[in-house]
Design a protein around this ligand. Structure first.
Ligand SMILES: Cc1cc2nc3c(=O)[nH]c(=O)nc-3n(C[C@H](O)[C@H](O)[C@H](O)COP(=O)(O)OP(=O)(O)OC[C@H]3O[C@@H](n4cnc5c(N)ncnc54)[C@H](O)[C@@H]3O)c2cc1C
Length: 633
């Protein structure tokens, strides 16, 4: 029974009266937990507030031929996928409206629906911060850039001892890369990629010697076939692997997969504990069936309880703390938290990345080198000659299907920002019909920010978002030190841009609206002390027995690099902890929490062994994952 007399959700039946693990959120991080835990034999029920909107669950939408043929068209897909979190509203009065039309009877009242937030100030907002709702989360449209965080600067320190820490990250990063399928060689046979890479390598070496490197951007994708002009972009579907299609598979040890069920259009409303004791135990998750909800006005009928032994909230950096705030654990506007606010740092210490952007059109001299065949490989010469023969009307010597440039200058101590020098769709930066997209290069530079307590998301108790959850309000101001760095980053970007070409009119160097990087961190930060974090380095929330947080919100450090690989790494570690501790009912390890990381255990290599062994039944085989759909049955 539950305290609110909720019915158990119909997923609970005779076969599976209770699942081992409940996961909220079906993005790449929820997928990481699901894959590893189900493969190890645990039963998992996952809820996702959005729908399945790709034929293969959680697939990357950019793989559709339509977008592979014209990447600019994908800009609109991304725009459609992003719902802005907090939109400041000034007044409900429109001066030019027909005087007979509806106006608020109190002109001081402001609009409050669909993310419009009268409490949001413009000066401290993350105006472009957005969420994506749907199976696969944001990885249905992401850029797939998967760098490692730089040790000593970006990478969180799990172990105090440096060697142990290095070893742990090495294991976690290589496992994460295997699981999502990351590579740096997929664009090796692209003319544009090589031209940009070599030009920058030369100009950076001339300026900085060997202290700064330029290399291919690590991307989660694989070329569809040798020499094919197309790559398959990886999303959370690669992480789920065959979880949806091969339910009875046994792992190498002969243990059969646990049951796995993904409930779509199901909102995780809150988690509920049995009683307030020193170490809180979550008993069930309250969920709402949003499909059934459309047919009824009797709201209660569509709320259910899902019981499990462990609860993982992996709903993204906004919705994860939002669910916990809605559970009454903290994160609200009230300055004087009630004793029930057991997670005082919820939504605090947030970080985001100042982002500089521009687009250039390649220099004439650089394009001219393409037809200078001296020293060029045969595939290059053949491709250019073939193109010139087949398309004599084309003023450019670049094959239409030549792969785009995908280059990076990684974060370093001296230049603490992540760079993407490439051509891709985002929610902005469409090349448009004015210019040939083949000579356009996008420069995206991502700076970092430290988490300070005052920078936070506040979850309003009396305002809701469009899904009925507490409305987030941002209170975020960049810190002085990093503001200076953003200024240096912009100067660096323009220098790099100048070595490549001239600015595309309308895309000259600019800072983008805060939040646009969509790499919000820190909202559920992990740490070694409850005093300044939300969870420990097993991602278990302080003072809770069986509650885990996951995703970019867990990252406690300033970072310029794209965070998903690191969040996967933390999830791989946490999933092992869940697997190991499950048998012990969790209580045994409670004392281990809070000992400055010394009680933390390394993740054993056996936990991720299957990811590296081609003969293992659970080897993540990205190349042979999905059959093509040739017809509608
Ligand atoms: C344009 C774009 C480009 C990007 N490029 C990169 C990149 O190159 N590299 C990189 O590392 N990252 C990139 N990202 C960010 C990356 O996609 C995210 O870091 C990643 O998806 C986070 O994974 P997640 O599983 O934690 O969260 P999400 O992917 O956000 O998934 C969370 C899921 O939880 C669901 N949910 C929310 N609330 C609830 C609730 N109450 N109940 C149930 N379910 C809920 C959501 O619907 C969503 O599906 C990009 C994102 C975008 C949009």
């Amino acid at each position: 029974m539950t305290d609110r007399n909720l019915k158990p959700h119909p997923v609970a039946h005779q076969d599976v009266p209770s699942y081992d693990v409940f996961i909220a959120g079906s993005g790449p991080i929820g997928a990481t937990y699901a894959r590893l835990l189900v493969d190890s034999g645990l039963s998992v029920v996952m809820v996702e507030i959005g729908d399945q909107d790709t034929r293969i669950p959680a697939a990357h939408k950019k793989n559709e031929i339509e977008y592979q043929k014209d990447i600019d068209r994908f800009v609109r897909v991304i725009q459609g996928a992003l719902s802005t979190v907090s939109i400041p509203t000034s007044s409900a009065v429109m001066p030019t409206l027909d005087p007979a039309a509806w106006q608020a009877n109190d002109p001081k009242k402001r609009l409050v629906s669909n993310g419009r937030n009268p409490r949001q100030e413009t000066w401290n907002n993350l105006g472009a911060q957005a969420v994506t709702r749907g199976v696969g989360g944001m990885a249905t449209h992401w850029t797939c850039s998967t760098p490692e965080f730089l040790k000593g600067l970006e990478r969180p320190k799990i172990f105090v001892d440096e060697r142990s820490d290095d070893q742990e990250w090495k294991l976690l990063y290589s496992a994460a890369r295997q699981l999502v399928g990351t590579s740096e060689t997929e664009f090796d046979r692209s003319i544009r990629h090589n031209v940009v890479l070599e030009t920058l390598q030369k100009s950076i070496r001339e300026k900085y010697g060997d202290s700064r490197i330029v290399k291919p951007l690590p991307l989660a994708c694989h070329r569809l076939a040798e020499h094919s002009p197309y790559v398959q972009w990886h999303g959370a579907d690669n992480i789920y692997g065959d979880l949806f299609t091969d339910r009875d598979k046994c792992n190498k040890a002969g243990v059969q997969r646990g049951k796995f069920l993904l409930l779509t259009n199901t909102r995780c409303t809150r988690v509920v504990s049995d009683r307030k004791v020193q170490q809180i135990n979550i008993q069930y998750a309250e969920v709402k069936d949003l499909l059934a909800d459309r047919y009824t006005v009797a709201q209660g009928d569509t709320n259910f309880a899902i019981f499990a032994k462990v609860f993982v909230i992996a709903a993204g950096a906004i919705a994860t703390p939002q669910i916990l705030a809605n559970s009454g654990f903290g994160g609200n506007r009230t300055e004087d938290p009630s004793p029930a606010h057991v997670i005082p740092n919820l939504g605090r210490y947030i970080t985001e990345q100042p982002m500089a952007f521009c687009q250039i059109v390649l220099n004439q001299a650089i394009v001219d080198t393409i037809t200078d065949f001296d020293g060029k490989p045969t595939w290059w010469i053949d491709a250019v000659k073939k193109h010139q023969k087949e398309s004599p009307a084309d003023p450019l010597p670049i094959p239409f299907q030549d792969g785009e440039p995908q280059v990076t200058i990684p974060v370093s101590e001296k230049f603490p920002w992540h760079t993407q020098i490439h051509r891709d769709a985002f929610s902005y930066g469409e090349a448009g019909p004015r210019v040939d997209s083949r000579v356009v290069v996008d420069l995206r530079f991502f700076g970092m920010q430290e988490g300070v307590k005052e920078n936070r998301i506040i979850f309003e108790e009396d305002l809701t978002d469009s899904y009925g959850m507490p409305q987030p309000t941002f209170a975020y101001v960049p810190t002085k030190k990093y503001a200076q760095e953003a200024n240096r980053m912009m100067a660096d970007m323009t220098a790099v841009a100048n070595s490549l070409g001239g600015y595309l009119p309308g895309s000259s160097p600019q800072f983008m609206e805060p939040g646009l990087a969509l790499h919000l961190g820190g909202s559920t930060r992990v740490g070694h002390r409850a005093a300044d974090s939300v969870a420990d380095f097993n991602s278990r929330v302080w003072n809770f027995n069986n509650l885990f947080v996951a995703g970019n919100g867990n990252i406690p450090t300033p970072f310029g690099g794209n965070p998903t690989l690191t969040s996967m790494a933390l999830a791989i570690r946490s999933a092992f902890y869940i697997h190991r501790t499950m048998g012990q009912g969790f209580k045994a390890s409670v004392e281990a929490q809070g000992n400055d990381g010394e009680q933390l255990e390394p993740t054993p290599s056996e936990w991720v062994e299957s990811l590296f062994n081609k003969d293992d039944p659970n080897f993540p085989d990205a190349m042979h994952l999905r059959p093509v759909h040739r017809y509608v049955a």
